[in-house]
Each structure stands twice: as C-alpha cells, then as structure tokens.
Write a protein that binds this ligand. Structure first.
Ligand code: PEP
Ligand code: MN
Length: 334
C-alpha cells in the first residue's frame, strides 16, 4: 500500500500519520520527492482502514501495491535513485563507464589498464580478485592480493574500484572497495545478499544466468530490506536455447526495469556475448535503449589473459567505443 500526500503537507502532520501507520504494525518508507511525498507501507497492511486513510485532509490518494518487491519499486519511490561513487554518478541521466580486466593478474597489468581506461574517460575500474570459475582447475583469482593490487591502481589513478565478493566470509576484506559486485552465480545467495544489505556502500547486483526480472528485483529487495539502498542492477545476458553467443543479451529489461524500479540499470556486453567483436554493437545498443552505464572488460593482452580474453577489448578499441557511446547518448538525449 502507498499513500501519496498532498503537495505542501506540513512535516508535523506527515509525521503524525507516519506514527499512526507504524502503530498499525507496518514499516513506513518515506520518499520525499520535489513535487510529491510517497509513504510506502511494508508488512501486513490488511488491518489498515484504507478508506479512513484516504479521507484524511493531507492525503491525495491511497494505492494498493501487490508487487512483492516494495523498497525497490518505483511506485514507492517515483524519483530515480542516483548512486554516487567518488566523483562518478549513476542514474537519472548520469551515465557511468566501468572498465577493466576480467581478473587482476599483477600490478603492472592492473595499473596499466587502469591508466588506459581512465585516459579514455572511464569513471570506475573493474577487476576480479575472487573469480567464480566453472572449472576448479582454472585460475581462481589472486584473492586478497588482488584486492591490494586494485587499491594500488586506485591510488595511482583515482578511479573507484568495483570487484566481486563470492562469499560472506570474505566480506571483511572488502572494506576499502568502492562498489561490491554480486556476480550472476550469486544473485540468489540470500545469506550474502542479507550481509551486503547491512553495509552502507554501493552494490552492483548482476542478473543471474537464468533468473527473471522479478527474481532480480526480489534479490535487490533482500539488500534494501537490510537498509542498504545503494544498488546498481546489471543485465549481463541470460541462458537461452541459443549458444552461438555466450549468453543472450536481454536488452528489453533496461526499459522494463526503469519502469518497475527507481534503481539504476547498467549493461555488461562482455559477459553477455563472450566475443570481443560483439561488445561494441551491444554496448552502443545498451546506451541507445537508456542504460545508465556500461561495464566492459578491457585487457592489454587478451591472447594471454588469465580469464575471458576472448571477450576483452584492447585499450585502443575501448577508447574508440567510449567516444561512440558518448555520441549515441547525445542522440538519445535530443
Ligand atoms: C565478472 O564480472 O567477471 C563476472 C564473473 O560476471 P558474471 O557474474 O556476470 O558472470
Ligand atoms: Mn569476466
């Protein structure tokens, strides 16, 4: 249930209503917009007399929200959420370019790539330290050492760092990480979602390999229910019958998610396609359909990358792509 208050409602009257609603046994989520204040009820609203609430002088309207996701629902919070990470902003027209290698391999590699992508205008550096690999015999990441190398790259370039956590026990190592990534394979690791919900830092939540939009939003809801409302959603391709590309990039979810939720939505064309030459057209398409940012794998020597070389762009190709993304954004802003 949501209660939309009349414009210019006095704070005292608003707070009286919130207190009364809380006494009815629900949590009240307040979204104070420029033109509208929306009170979102979380919990069992069956005992609240909706007609009584609707008849109050300060109330404009009362609506029943049947969607199971509440905190991340746009009905609860009509204005876009904007996430600030250092100097970078994501959401509501602020576009963010996140770039870097699949995995952190050594200091020279991560610092070199960080400098290159920064020179191309990237706003954040990505790099996996804990790698979720299909085979236990493949490179599993440099783990804690990888996180230290990311911090060096941040110190050298000023770029905030984005990196994946795989398990609850590793979280204490992520204190200095700017954006914690929950990977596709962990989208429904509910214990991990609850733990990152206790943090007060941005979470990049990737859509699972075979998860629906509703499931993605319910995972965001786990994090928000803990009080962490800084979530960036990421479409990174899903598993379909077609295996010509690594995954199938479901770009329609970008406008769908923008309608359903106030959270920013970015696209990962690297994992979505698995093929470097497909990254560029899909990145441009993502920018054209209104994504709030892109996360792209870049490697100085893709042939020898320890992970995902086939889908990694060379820094010079990333540079050109970043310019073209800007042009697409100019066109759609018109
Ligand atoms: C990654 O970003 O390196 C990664 C493993 O992504 P995903 O979880 O989308 O497969
Ligand atoms: Mn990768």
């Amino acid at each position: 249930m949501i209660v939309i208050l009349k414009h210019n409602t006095k704070e005292e009257k608003r707070n009286q209503l919130i207190d009364w609603l809380k006494k009815q046994g629900v949590d009240v989520h307040v979204s104070q917009g420029e033109y509208q204040t929306v009170l979102g009820m979380i919990g069992d609203t069956s005992k609240i007399d909706k007609d009584l609430v609707a008849s109050l002088e300060i109330v404009d309207s009362v609506k029943v929200v049947t969607d199971p996701f509440k905190c991340c629902n746009r009905k609860f919070h009509p204005e876009d959420t904007v996430i600030q990470v250092g100097d970078a902003k994501i959401g509501s027209g602020s576009f963010c370019m996140i770039a870097g290698p699949c995995s952190v391999e050594n200091e020279e590699q991560i610092v070199g790539i960080a400098k290159a992508v920064k020179a191309s205008g990237a706003n954040m550096l990505r790099g996996g330290a804990f790698k979720p690999r299909t085979s236990p015999y493949d490179f599993q990441g440099l783990k804690a050492t990888g996180l230290e190398l990311l911090k060096i790259a941040k110190a050298e370039t000023g770029l905030p760092i984005v990196t994946e956590v795989m398990g609850v026990n590793d979280l204490p190592l992520f204190e200095d990480v700017d954006v914690i990534q929950i990977g596709a394979r962990n989208m429904q690791n509910f214990d991990l979602l609850r733990e990152v919900g206790k943090l007060r830092k941005p979470i990049l939540l990737k859509r699972g390999l075979a998860n629906t939009v509703k499931e993605l939003l319910m995972s965001a809801e786990y994090i928000m229910a803990g009080g962490n409302d800084q979530i960036i959603l990421c479409e990174r391709g899903i598993r379909t019958f077609d295996d010509y590309t690594r995954n199938t990039l479901d770009l329609a979810v970008v406008p769908v998610l923008h309608e359903l939720t106030h959270l920013p939505v970015i696209v990962d064309p690297s994992h979505a396609t698995g093929v470097a030459k497909l990254v560029r057209p899909m990145a441009l398409a993502a920018a054209a359909c209104g994504a709030d940012g892109l996360i792209i794998e870049v490697h100085n020597d893709p042939m020898h990358a320890l992970c995902d070389g086939a889908q990694s762009l060379l820094p010079e190709d990333y540079h050109k792509l970043a310019r073209d993304v800007e042009q697409i954004r100019e066109v759609i802003a018109k």
